[in-house]
Design a protein around this ligand. Structure first.
Ligand SMILES: C[S@@+](CC[C@H](N)C(=O)[O-])C[C@H]1O[C@@H](n2cnc3c(N)ncnc32)[C@H](O)[C@@H]1O
Length: 356
């Protein structure tokens, strides 16, 4: 059984021919009425996945301290646009703002912008952050000009990617087409050479590759903006330092699923190619470093210790478990990476130097 969105996609393919995986992903996640990121409440224990800020307040608190320090590094501009891409339930930003209450002048200077397409999540964000009078946008480009501090956790992995396979005749793009029944979505290679071949590496037959154009375009827009108006961006996501193979995956109800199954009810995400993102910004980049080392350099162990001094036995166990989940290499510590992008005019940020 497919979904209403699955039937709409099948009809589109029947009318106009196979579509790229990126187009499929854009529909499956972003269709205005039926897309996965338009309707459900995907984040949190009841949703399809739990993110770092939902695991522990320490994550948002340390990122808040990092952002406030960057505000000081760029000369405490007022106003400064504090922008979060894909804020989920608003937990990261609420923790970040609570942790920076005592930074003199910071809250008075900031204008909060939330880039979010999901209406139920916007309502949650309003509950968590309404006192900071946030302004919501559909796209990053809509944030008004001026110095900016941008943060994105698990946002770039939701942006569409194209997939390719190297055949004996060169690189071919993997497309979404229709089976003979005219209804079932299937994956197949396009018959001709892809125009993207010039961006793909020399590779042996059978090699696979992914290109995330939307992510690169957004990184380019962020970089251009920071170089022009000043500011910093912090991007946290799971991914790799340099492009390798394909990584698109589907999750439904905390379980792996098939990519084409039940579009609109299934989360689709791809590992972020951090080298491509950093290059696309054309701005000074720091990292990527592992989330574990970034958080340790910012003092997460000390923060955990201080939270534990006021905690019950049960809470102390929970704090230790959350700490392990965020920094342990076998959990989120290594798979998740952190990249900072700056304006080329301010000092190096905390969290990226071996010396810390
Ligand atoms: C995986 S969730 C991460 C949420 C949050 N950052 C966290 O760490 O809990 C992705 C977030 O990005 C939003 N989102 C996904 N695609 C988007 C798009 N193309 N434009 C704007 N927001 C998007 C989702 O609705 C959600 O808030």
């Amino acid at each position: 059984m497919t979904t209403e969105l699955g039937r709409l996609i099948a009809r589109r393919i029947a009318l106009t021919g196979p579509i790229s995986i990126a187009d499929f992903m854009a529909e499956a996640l972003g269709h205005p009425r039926l897309g996965y990121y338009r309707r459900a409440l995907p984040v949190g224990a009841g949703g399809d996945f739990i993110t770092a800020p939902e695991i522990s307040q320490m994550f948002g608190e340390l990122i808040g301290a990092w952002l406030a320090e960057r505000w000081i590094a760029i000369g405490t501009p007022s106003p400064v646009h504090l922008v979060e891409l894909g804020p989920g339930r608003g937990t990261l930003m609420a923790d970040a703002l609570r942790a920076t209450r005592s930074v003199s002048g910071f809250h008075a200077a900031l204008r909060l912008h939330l880039v979010e397409t999901n209406a139920p999540l916007r309502a949650e964000q309003h509950r968590a952050l309404g006192v900071f009078a946030p302004v919501w946008h559909e796209r990053f480009d809509a944030v008004p000009p001026g110095p900016a501090l941008v943060v994105a956790n698990e946002f770039f992995d939701a942006l569409p990617v194209r997939q390719f396979r190297r055949t004996s005749q060169g690189w071919r793009e993997r497309m979404v087409g229709l089976a003979a029944d005219g209804e079932t979505l299937v994956l197949a290679l396009a018959p001709g050479v892809t125009p993207y071949a010039r961006y793909l590496p020399v590779a042996a037959e059978g090699a696979e590759a992914e290109i995330g154009e939307a992510g690169r375009d957004l990184a380019a827009a962020i970089g251009e903006r920071l170089l022009r108006d000043g500011g910093w961006a912090l991007i946290v996501d799971y991914g790799y330092d340099r492009g390798a193979g394909t990584s698109l995956q589907a999750v439904r109800g905390h379980q792996g699923a098939r990519i084409l199954d039940r579009p609109g009810e299934t989360d689709l995400s791809a590992h972020v190619d951090f080298a491509a993102l950093a290059a696309a910004t054309r701005a000074p980049a720091f990292g990527p470093v592992s989330q574990g080392s970034f958080l340790c350099r910012l003092g997460i162990r000390q923060r955990a210790q201080s939270l534990k001094t006021r905690a019950s036995e049960f809470q102390r166990t929970a704090i230790d478990a959350a700490l392990a989940r965020l920094i342990d290499p076998r959990q989120m510590g290594t798979l998740f990476r952190v990249l900072a992008v700056g304006d080329g005019r301010s000092t190096a940020p905390a969290g990226f130097s071996e010396a810390e």
